[in-house]
Design a protein around this ligand. Structure first.
Ligand code: VG1
Ligand code: CO
Length: 542
């Protein structure tokens, strides 16, 4: 039976950079999930009888939320749901399943790289029929409806069995519990030269993939170990845990320090890689050589033609604004356009759908292509493996060669996490107000050339998105960007992105923080980060 339940609105159900993210306790409040999901369904049209894909990253509250979503989908009139077995679907796999099965859309339960467990974060994202994150016109409509919601509809059917693949029914809706890996693994096999990668491993190539006890474990084991012949034990932390083993499932040099240390040691494997909570981020470290995500995007773009799925070349590159300009140099050399979008994968969807871009990336460890409409951690790892299998050089040699050809964009991001929200807003507001006075000013040994508050005009649908980050450009080509995170759940997180281009190969061996020393000092002093937030140093440096 379908029940109609009276409810009252919750404040703040506003999706951020990537879906609605809050503390688990917030999501556990009565009707919190139901309110948001009903608001979402109410914002959509014409899905009667259509297919909805449902899955999550396996974190605490994943299963409970999935049961609610399934029963609400039945009440709303969906014809079929495809649910990942065990409640598991990585974000890129969900995108793949939506596209392959021509679903109307998908709901992904994840707070991505945020902490899990009962005291951690939870999240809900909605993806549209192209497999990509809902654009802002949808998320804005959902938020508006969430402020007025009075009732929701839900089936009172018993919980579905999430752990057995196969078909059942709730009301008039078919429930199909699917293998979460199969469709995704098949797609990877079409894009990459699995035989060449098999030969690489057979020849003694060694690797460690750290799944961070998050969603990618089953995918990485199936593809790397079972299909490609990487040694058993290549994948570590390969079981998805509801609390990610108490670790922060963010593959960066802070939270994946063990992996980094291993790769810098005497007994390093040839390649180290990791992925985040929901499997859309990647970390690439060669023996003795960390690859910054911005560089990885540029290197993938420059070498993509070595993989069968991209053998005809790439149509264009897209990068988020704070991502370094390394990809722009590759685009220039290839004679293609490099699009610059606001932060968040949702801004790439139109460019990919229109065929304007093939490869996309963000400085936050996200890389992907037009094979799905999400960033894709394992895809990036397989792309690197394919490149290594063809070039038969070390990661370190490929990186050095790339810098020698295109120059090096030294790059770092400094995060000030969980600062007081009012202080962060004040800092950004004051800097924004002062911005126009800065051109021509000398800061340390550098001179400000121009400034702006990044705004994006989507060339496909003509939508305009404003206030996407304060940018300060210097006459020597260096750049500092300030923006506030849209994925945090406590206080505010200030992100400061710092970049300097160096063409001279003799200066390519300098440590990043040392090379950016003067810019880092300027970046701290300009908005008086210490005075306003009380922080003398960032909480995370990547
Ligand atoms: C961060 C990153 C952004 C990324 C987003 C979602 O957003 O900066 O590049 O797209 O997380 O990634 P923000 O607003 O906190 O800077 V994921 O892997 O958490 O879905
Ligand atoms: Co993620």
């Amino acid at each position: 039976m379908i029940r109609t339940v009276a409810t009252t609105p919750y404040e703040g159900q506003k999706p951020g950079t990537s879906g609605l993210r809050k503390k688990v306790q917030v999501f556990q409040q009565p009707n919190y999930v139901e309110n948001f999901v009903q608001s979402l369904f109410d914002s959509l049209d014409d899905f009667e009888g259509e297919t909805l894909v449902i899955g999550g990253d396996g974190r605490f509250y994943n299963r409970e939320a999935i049961q609610k979503v399934v029963k609400m989908a039945a009440a709303a009139g969906f014809g079929r749901v495809l649910v990942g077995k065990g409640g598991i679907l990585s974000t890129p796999a969900a995108s793949c399943v939506i596209r392959k099965h021509e679903a109307f859309g998908g709901i992904i339960l994840s707070a991505s790289h945020n902490m899990g467990g009962p005291a951690g974060d939870f999240g809900i994202k909605y993806n549209i029929g192209n497999g990509g994150p809902a654009p802002e016109r949808i998320t804005d409509a959902v938020f508006a409806l969430s402020k007025e919601i009075k009732e929701y509809k839900i089936s009172d059917a018993p919980d579905i069995d999430l752990d057995t693949a196969g078909i059942s029914r709730i009301e008039d809706m078919v429930v199909d519990v699917i293998d979460p890996v199969e469709d995704y693994a098949e797609l990877m096999g079409q894009l990459f030269d699995f035989n060449a990668i098999r030969d690489l491993f057979a020849g003694g190539f060694t690797m460690r993939f750290d799944a961070m006890s998050a969603v990618t474990g089953p995918y990485a084991k199936a593809i790397l170990e079972e299909t490609l012949g990487a040694a058993q034990g290549t994948v570590v932390n390969g079981e998805p845990l509801t609390d990610f083993g108490g670790h922060h499932p963010d593959p960066n040099l802070v939270y994946a320090k063990d992996l980094y240390d291993l790769l810098m040691s005497d007994h390093a494997p040839d390649l180290g890689a990791a992925s985040d909570g929901d499997g859309d981020r990647n970390l690439i470290i060669g023996r003795g050589q960390f690859v910054t995500p911005s560089d990885s995007l540029a290197m993938i773009a420059a070498n993509a033609h070595l993989a069968p799925g991209y053998s005809k070349g790439i149509a264009g590159i897209a990068r988020s604004m704070p991502t370094s300009g390394a990809a722009d140099r590759v685009a220039e050399a290839l004679g293609i356009t490099c699009y610059e979008t606001p932060t968040g994968w949702k801004f790439f969807g139109n460019l990919l759908d229109a065929g304007l871009a093939t490869v996309c990336g963000e400085e936050s460890a996200g890389t992907g292509s037009d094979h799905v409409r999400e960033k894709d951690g394992l895809w990036a790892v397989l792309m690197w493996l394919n490149i290594l299998a063809v070039r038969r050089e070390s990661v370190k040699a490929i990186v050095a060669d790339h810098w020698a050809t295109y120059g090096r964009n030294y790059y770092t991001r400094h995060d000030y996490e969980e600062v007081d929200s009012a202080a962060a807003d004040g800092l950004m507001g004051d800097l924004r107000a002062r911005l126009e006075t800065l051109p021509g000013t000398r800061l340390g040994a550098l001179t400000v050339e121009r400034v702006d508050d990044f705004s994006y005009h989507d060339p496909v649908d003509d939508s305009v998105t404003t206030k996407q980050g304060l940018r300060v450009f210097f006459t020597d080509g260096s750049r500092i960007v300030y923006r506030l995170s849209g994925t945090g759940t406590a206080g505010a997180t200030l992100r400061v992105y710092i970049e300097r281009f160096v063409a001279d190969t003799t200066r390519h061996g300098v440590e990043t923080q040392a090379m950016l020393d003067d810019l880092i000092a300027i970046a701290r002093a300009l908005p008086d980060i210490e005075g306003r937030t009380g922080r003398t140093v960032p909480s995370v440096i990547t």
